[in-house]
Write a protein that binds this ligand. Structure first.
Ligand code: NAI
Length: 397
């Protein structure tokens, strides 16, 4: 098995938000990198972003001028998407794509790459929502295809989920992990299932908060304040949805729901759909759950301690249930699930560790009360949670 090192030449396809960051991370760790995009303006913008990022590193004293220049000289830019245009990539041993989130387009790209790269090159996808098996399935050699999922912005967010498909060889997954570890990232292994770890486990943060809003339990400012003040979350769910973009968040929720064969636990909220339909996308459209236009007055939260605790308890119980269910279904190890949520979405604590601190029996009691009240599948406690409570065992083990 050839272990990747700084000499390994890296290819990145797609010079959008993610590809530009991934290429920068690799170049900063000593690799020669070829960054390709089908659109000329994306390439021009990528060059500009990289030049500015390196200038900032020098300005802040984090890099010497020569070192910053060396990073830029290690980056080569290619405009195009055909086999001939990818010729500059033929020596790359690890190629990651961050192009448009469309299965057919990614499959065509991977087939094209197979004709250009050496037999031993690894092909990685940064997809957030597509099945790695489906991308690999289009390749002649599916064993060398692996999911390598960075978080936005890739230069700053420490977490990377490594996702072997059914067909991926163990060797390829291990080598991809070692490479990304060399880039100073925190890697976790995730099963090739909808949303992988973070985008699956985090769903109730948004959906249960939307439920509370729809039921009139509290307004957005109060729910956000409860999650920040009682829970210690850096941002409340509505602030975060406005930052992510309600369209993007709704697309992720819808894709997980569909990927789970319409399991009711993952059903998106109508409120969110209406927000998207109305163009209230969040910060980027200046209006979402909050108003970001000049002169807009921020709503005040109603900080009733009992109400805040009730909100927090319900959302956290749902998040913990989601994490326990991910362990039960072998999506990842308990340690990796906790790491993923703290490093990928900045949760104040790993959910399983948090549950152990609170007492798993209390979480189970909260879920059972909700289930009794609503008789809905979404509140069904994970069988693993019930079993661990019965046996008196910790969840993060
Ligand atoms: P983006 O829209 O910012 O950039 C995509 C780039 O790919 C564009 O510059 C486009 O011209 C180029 N492109 C499209 N089709 C191409 C092709 N066939 N060949 C070459 N270039 C092509 O997209 P973004 O946000 O960077 O996402 C890229 C991938 O990363 C998607 O799979 C997405 O699901 C995933 N992802 C996105 C995250 C985010 O927060 N934006 C986070 C993690 C993963």
């Amino acid at each position: 098995m050839t272990v990747f090192n700084a000499e390994t030449m890296i290819g990145v396809i797609g010079a959008g938000a993610m590809g530009v960051g991934i290429a920068q991370v690799a170049a900063q760790h000593g690799h020669r990198v070829v960054l390709a995009d089908a659109v000329a303006s994306s390439i021009a913008k990528a060059q500009e972003v990289h030049a500015k990022a390196m200038a900032r590193e020098v300005e802040k004293g984090r890099l010497a001028r020569e070192a910053a220049d060396a990073v830029l000289t290690r980056l080569t830019y290619v405009e195009g998407a055909s086999a001939a245009e990818f010729a500059a990539m033929s020596a790359c041993e690890f190629v990651i794509e961050a192009i448009v989130e469309n299965l057919g387009v990614k499959q065509v790209l991977f087939r094209t790459l197979e004709g250009v790269l050496s037999e031993s090159a690894v092909l990685a996808s940064n997809t957030s929502s597509l099945s790695i098996a489906a991308i690999a399935g289009a390749c002649q050699n599916p064993e060398r295809v692996v999911g390598v999922h960075f978080f936005n912005p890739a230069t700053l967010m420490p977490l990377v989920e490594i996702i072997p498909a059914i067909s991926t060889s163990d060797d390829v997954a291990k080598r991809a992990r070692v490479l990304v570890d060399l880039w100073g990232k925190v890697t976790v292994m995730a099963a090739d299932t909808p949303g992988f770890i973070v985008n699956r486990v985090a769903r109730p943060f948004y959906s249960e908060s939307l439920r509370l809003l729809e039921e009139g339990v509290a307004d957005v400012a109060t729910i956000d304040a409860a999650m920040r003040n009682v829970g210690g979350f850096r941002m409340g769910p509505f602030e975060l949805m406005d930052l992510i973009g309600n369209d993007v968040n709704f697309a992720v929720t819808s894709s997980v729901f569909e990927g789970m064969f319409f399991d009711g636990r993952y059903r998106p909220a109508n409120t969110q759909r209406r927000m998207v339909e109305a163009g209230l996308l969040g910060r980027k459209s200046k209006r979402g759950y909050y108003d970001y236009r000049d002169g807009a007055i921020a709503p005040t939260a109603h900080l009733d301690v009992k109400l805040a605790e009730r909100i927090f308890d319900r959302v956290l119980a749902m998040l913990i249930n989601s994490a326990v269910d991910a362990v039960h279904q072998r999506i990842a190890s308990p340690a990796d699930i906790d790491l993923a949520m703290t490093k990928g979405v900045n949760y104040p604590k790993g959910l399983l560790t948090w549950a152990d601190e609170i007492g798993p029996h209390k979480i189970l009691r909260c879920l059972d009360a909700l289930h009794d009240e609503y008789r809905e599948e979404r509140y069904r406690a994970s069988p693993l949670l019930r079993e661990r409570v019965r046996l008196g065992q910790a969840l993060n083990s």
